[in-house]
Design a protein around this ligand. Structure first.
Ligand SMILES: CCCCCC/C=C/CC(=O)SCCNC(=O)CCNC(=O)[C@H](O)C(C)(C)COP(=O)(O)OP(=O)(O)OC[C@H]1O[C@@H](n2cnc3c(N)ncnc32)[C@H](O)[C@@H]1OP(=O)(O)O
Length: 720
């Protein structure tokens, strides 16, 4: 809806009203059409101001309407009518003007923004382009290079940057609406000839072809198969090469292709899924809206290896006091230097002074954490060591201190059982580098209190993380699903594939790195240590002839054999690939590995066959998805959105494919089931390929869309 009032005698004030972000729903669009008509028809009104209620101008088109039969007045003629008005129209921008909201403002003759406002055209992140004239007006207003940047990245700019770019005319420090009304009064009698952006010529840069070629190359490289950024470049090119109305036609045509694409559906699903995961719930009924977090003023990190350092930086950047503990003096000194460097570089990037530097105190004595509100233990991934630390923390910390462990797979319940108050214990699984990566798995056990979970979730948010609450099991959600995925990749090598082929298939799918390049980056020794701990490694290497079976299940010792050769990946300069020197990042095909693989196959009587990309994707991805269904069945994740967000933010799953569970729905659950059954028949000794009963049940109930899976899961749980 839109409210209309006349203020200061001659200004028609139109207020958009659609909480929480004044999105342009059908009712709002109708409201704008009606109130603009009323203002223009009222002889007492000499100028018009458009603003939004509750301190936010407009969050853009109503994304919830996209999947429906869109009714109501369309945006483009509505904005044209505003631009064509014979009375000045001023946009008073508070909070956000995003997407269609900014396009509406670009149709106005003047724009005044509050100094704290943010503006942008983020449609590309929803798989779309700014199709209400944004791709045609913005380059005419601010020039092609700046428009290309804003439209292809979707980044939000501050009011100060918007002023500098020329997106807004003025910035207000206090009431933007008051400033806009005053301004509207002052321009009431002025000619509007030079204020209609659609009539501006689009400036044609001298390096036109190189500019667009460069932009296209950049989006193709960074988007990895996403179609919206490419369409954005094409639409801006139309602005620079065609008259306005023809450019609008091109914008419409490109949008029509994007609008119905699977990528747009996936990206819009991700938008809502990201918000849905903050509304967590636990199997015992505890929920986000009934569990109050406790404030954390002072936190501690125990262990200042790579993870601990990143966590200390992320904590200090929230502005809270941090105690960083490392018992080894030399490591402590090195960590102090490294953390300070990270904070300084971070502050420099954001144009700030590194105030967080003074928020950290360092100690080699665990007693230093006695008065903190929350501790994050980040010592070496070793249960005996972590147990000892938790026993110490339980004795040292003041009553009520939350004790969190940054483990990637170890049993959080077992650690909780080492303390006097297991209800205060949760896992906080960060991803490396911890001050950069957005994902945080918050792991609760049966004894974790709702308040402990709420506090960890809130702390994650404060650190700028996307936090997902998950149950406790080996590897939690992300790493648990990774295990069968990696296992399939090893088997594919045994059967005839190469690391290059597997990685290419996965990278063409959209992962930034295939499984083997990723393994080289994170270190082959990580998995080796885990497999050793599980007793999988010794049996083979002792005889010198590694068997390919462990307790009746197929096992590939390929990773173990490379580790035995000291090939740990990038850090040793050799792994699945070779590198120029240890620490170097450019992976090159390694002839040594290829002959090693051939010998290995010959030794085990394996005959290499031709493996194509389709098989790589089906086997690696469907087995990972199958484990995702098991996780849902076990109640470790509350819904498919939790799994998808974990994979998109923590494991490089291409966002335009929506996450593994959404992707399964796109492929068709019946197809996923049929292919798993096919591969299971071919590999009866691989239990992970056995389709899980939730998948079967979903297929049996007609493969409902992903947002309806929770109903089936609930029914399944109630029957158990
Ligand atoms: C052929 C078809 C022609 C169509 C042509 C029209 C095309 C127009 C293109 C567009 O305008 S697409 C939309 C572009 N806008 C955006 O991408 C903005 C999205 N929103 C945000 O970035 C943020 O929400 C915000 C506005 C910066 C506010 O952030 P904040 O952290 O304060 O709140 P959130 O938790 O994110 O959101 C609160 C609440 O509001 C819901 N929501 C936000 N934006 C929209 C929206 N545009 N449409 C519908 N709903 C929206 C969000 O889902 C949250 O809901 P919840 O239920 O409380 O979780």
């Amino acid at each position: 809806m839109a409210q209309y009032t006349r203020v200061s005698g001659s200004v028609g004030l139109i207020t958009l009203q659609n909480p929480p972000v004044n999105a342009l729903s059908a009712a709002v669009r109708q409201g704008i059409v009606d109130t603009v008509k009323r203002a223009l028809g009222d002889p007492k009104v000499k100028s018009v101001v458009i603003c939004g209620q509750n301190g936010i101008f407009c969050g853009g088109a109503d994304i919830k309407e996209f999947g429906t039969n869109m009714s109501g007045p369309p945006l483009v003629p509505m904005i044209h009518a505003i631009e064509a008005a014979n009375k000045p129209v001023v946009a008073a921008i508070e909070g956000s003007a995003l997407g269609g909201g900014l396009e509406l403002a670009l149709g106005c003759h003047y724009r005044i923004a509050h100094s704290k406002a943010r503006l942008g055209l983020p449609e590309v992140s929803l798989g779309l382009l700014p199709a209400a004239g944004g791709t045609q007006r913005l380059p005419r207003l601010i020039g092609v290079p700046a428009a290309l940047d804003l439209i292809t990245t979707g980044r939000h700019v501050t009011a100060a940057e918007a002023l500098q770019l020329g997106v807004v005319d003025r910035v207000a420090e206090h009431s933007t609406v008051d400033a806009a009304v005053k301004f509207a009064l002052s321009v009431a009698a002025k000619s509007l000839d030079a204020r209609r952006i659609s009539t501006y010529p689009c400036p044609r840069p001298s390096d036109f072809d190189a500019l667009f070629e460069g932009a296209m190359q950049k989006v193709r490289q960074s988007a990895r198969g996403a179609i919206a950024p490419v369409a954005c470049v094409q639409a801006v090119r139309a602005a620079a090469t065609r008259p306005y109305l023809q450019g609008m036609e091109r914008e419409k045509e490109l949008m029509a292709t994007l609008f119905t694409s699977g990528q747009a559906r996936a990206l819009q699903y991700c938008f809502f899924a990201q918000r849905a995961v903050s509304k967590w719930n636990m199997p015992n009924g505890a929920r986000w809206d009934t569990s109050k977090p406790r404030p954390v003023h002072k936190a501690a990190v125990i262990g200042l290896g790579t993870m601990g350092r990143g966590i200390a930086v992320a904590l200090a950047q929230t502005g809270m006091s941090v105690v960083a503990v490392e018992t080894q003096e030399k490591q402590l000194m090195e960590a102090k230097q490294a953390v300070s460097g990270m904070l300084e570089r971070g502050a420099k990037r954001r144009g700030l002074t590194p105030a967080a530097l003074h928020k950290i105190s360092y100690s080699h004595d665990i007693q230093a954490v006695a008065d903190v509100d929350l501790v994050i233990e980040a010592v070496f991934e070793d249960m005996a060591l972590k147990k000892k630390v938790f026993q110490q923390l339980s004795a040292v910390c003041k009553p009520g201190t939350f004790l969190c462990t940054n483990t990637s797979a170890l049993d959080v319940d077992h650690l909780a059982s080492q303390t006097r108050n297991p209800e205060l214990v949760v896992g906080m699984h960060f991803f490396a580098p911890a001050h950069v990566m957005k994902l945080l798995e918050v792991v609760y056990g049966p004894q974790s209190s709702p308040q402990a979970v709420a506090t960890a979730m809130q702390l994650g948010k404060k650190m700028g993380k996307v936090s997902v609450a998950v149950g406790n099991c080996r590897g939690f959600v992300g790493n648990r699903m990774l295990k069968p995925y990696i296992e399939q990749a090893f088997f594919l090598l045994e059967e005839g594939a190469t690391p290059e082929l597997v990685d290419r298939a996965l990278e063409e799918f959209g992962f930034p790195m295939g499984v083997f390049r990723m393994s080289d980056l994170s270190g082959l020794d990580v998995g080796w240590r885990v497999r050793k701990g599980d007793g999988l490694v010794e049996s083979g290497s002792a005889s010198g002839q590694p068997t390919r079976l462990r307790e009746g299940r197929r096992y590939s010792p390929l990773g173990d054999l490379l580790c035995e050769q000291g090939r740990f990946g990038q850090k040793t300069g050799r792994g699945w690939y070779q590198y120029d020197k240890p620490g170097s990042r450019v992976a090159r095909s390694d002839p040594w590995f290829h002959s090693f693989l051939e010998e290995y196959r010959a030794r085990h009587g394996l005959v290499a066959r031709r493996i194509d990309h389709q098989e790589v994707l089906e086997r690696c991805l469907y087995v990972l998805i199958n484990e995702g269904f098991r996780i849902l069945e076990d109640g470790i994740a509350a819904g498919p959105e939790d799994i998808d967000i974990i994979y998109v933010f923590g494991y490089g799953w291409p966002r335009h494919r929506g996450g593994p569970m959404f992707y399964a729905g796109m492929v068709g659950l019946a197809t996923v089931l049929e292919r798993l059954e096919h591969y299971r028949q071919a590999h009866p000794d691989v239990p992970y390929l056995q389709p899980c009963s939730l998948l079967r049940r979903l297929v049996a109930s007609g493969s409902p869309p992903v947002h309806r899976w929770r109903e089936v899961i609930k029914k399944l749980h109630s029957q158990l």
